[in-house]
Design a protein around this ligand. Structure first.
Ligand code: NAD
Length: 259
C-alpha cells in the first residue's frame, strides 16, 4: 500500500488485539510493513492473516516484551525479514486487578512493572539500535491517563504508566543525536471489543459515553489515527512530549451542585 509511511518498517508490540491491532492496521494502510509482536500466539497468527487479507504486509513474532531474549529475537527477525526498523510502537501492556495496597504482592507489582515499563525500555534499546543504523526513527510509547489521574488500588499500573511518560522524556533526549524521535500517547477509556480475538460487540451503556465531554468512549482507531500522524514526517519536529487522547475526560471539572 502507498501512503505517508510507504517503505517504512514498524513493530507493534501487543499488536494481536485491542489498540495495538488497530495501530498495526492503520500503519499498514499508510504503507508500512508491520510486525506484530505479541505473547498470545493464537491471536497473533490470526491477526497476521487478518491484516494480510486486508492488504497489509504483516507477520507475527511470538514475543514476551519482558524477556530480553524474546525482544532481541523480535528485532533480529524484523531485520531479517524486512531489512531494518523505522518505527516502534510500545503498546503491550497488562492491567491490574484492583487489590488494596495491603494485599498487593511483590510478584504482582514486579509482573506489571516488567511488562508495562521494563518492556518499553528493552524494546526501545534493541529497536533503537537498528533505527540508529538506518539514520533515524520514531518510538511511540503507550502510557495512559492513569499516569496523571488515579482511583484507589491501581498502584502498579499507575506507576508503570507514569514511568513511561518519564522514560519517554529521557529516551527523547538520549536518542535525539541518532535522529530518533520518542513520544508517548496516553489514552483514556478505549472500548477494544471489536478488536479482540475473536471480535466482540461493544456492550457499554449510555452513561459510560455521556461521562465524556466528547460524548462517547474512545475506540482503538481514534488512537491509531493519532499515532499514524506522530510517526509520519508531518510530525518531524515533535519529540519528548505526551499526547493525551481521552475525549476531554482528564480536564473535565467535577462540579458538585451546592443545592
Ligand atoms: P488488550 O489486552 O486488548 O491488548 C494488549 C495486547 O498485549 C494483547 O494482545 C496481549 O496478548 C499483549 N500482551 C500482554 N502482555 C504482553 C507481553 N508480556 N508481551 C507481548 N505482548 C503482550 O489491551 P488494550 O486495551 O488494547 O491496551 C493496549 C495498551 O494501551 C496497554 O499498554 C494499555 O495499558 C494501554 N491503555 C489501554 C486503555 C484502554 O482503555 N483500553 C486505556 C489507556 C491505556
Amino acid at each position: 500500500m502507498s501512503g505517508r509511511l510507504s517503505g517504512k518498517v514498524a513493530i507493534v508490540t501487543g499488536g494481536a488485539r485491542g489498540i495495538g491491532a488497530a495501530v498495526a492496521y492503520k500503519l499498514g494502510l499508510e504503507g508500512a510493513k508491520v510486525v506484530i509482536a505479541d505473547v498470545h500466539e493464537e491471536a497473533g497468527k490470526w491477526r497476521e492473516g487478518w491484516l494480510r487479507s486486508n492488504g497489509v504486509d504483516a507477520f507475527f513474532i511470538k514475543t514476551d516484551v519482558s524477556i530480553e531474549s524474546d525482544v532481541k529475537n523480535m528485532v533480529n527477525e524484523t531485520v531479517k525479514r524486512f531489512g531494518g526498523v523505522d518505527i516502534l510502537i510500545n503498546n503491550a501492556g497488562i492491567g491490574f486487578s484492583g487489590k488494596s495496597i495491603f494485599e498487593q504482592t511483590l510478584d504482582e507489582w514486579n509482573r506489571v512493572i516488567s511488562i508495562n515499563l521494563t518492556g518499553v525500555w528493552l524494546c526501545s534499546k534493541y529497536a533503537g539500535q537498528e533505527m540508529a543504523k538506518r539514520g533515524g526513527g520514531v518510538i511511540v510509547n503507550i502510557a495512559s491517563t492513569r499516569a496523571f489521574q488515579s482511583e484507589p488500588n491501581t498502584e502498579p499500573y499507575s506507576a508503570s504508566k507514569g514511568g513511561i511518560v518519564a522514560l519517554t522524556h529521557s529516551l527523547a533526549i538520549s536518542l535525539s543525536k541518532y535522529k530518533i524521535r520518542v513520544v508517548s500517547v496516553a489514552p483514556g477509556w478505549i472500548d477494544t471489543s471489536e478488536w479482540q480475538y475473536p471480535p466482540r460487540k461493544p456492550s457499554l451503556n449510555p452513561l459510560d459515553h455521556a461521562q465524556h465531554p466528547a460524548g462517547r468512549v474512545g475506540n482503538p482507531m481514534d488512537v491509531a489515527n493519532l499515532i499514524a500522524f506522530l510517526v509520519s514526517d508531518e510530525a518531524s519536529w515533535i519529540t519528548g512530549v505526551n499526547f493525551t487522547i481521552d475525549g476531554g475526560m482528564t480536564v473535565k471539572m467535577i462540579y458538585m451542585d451546592p443545592d
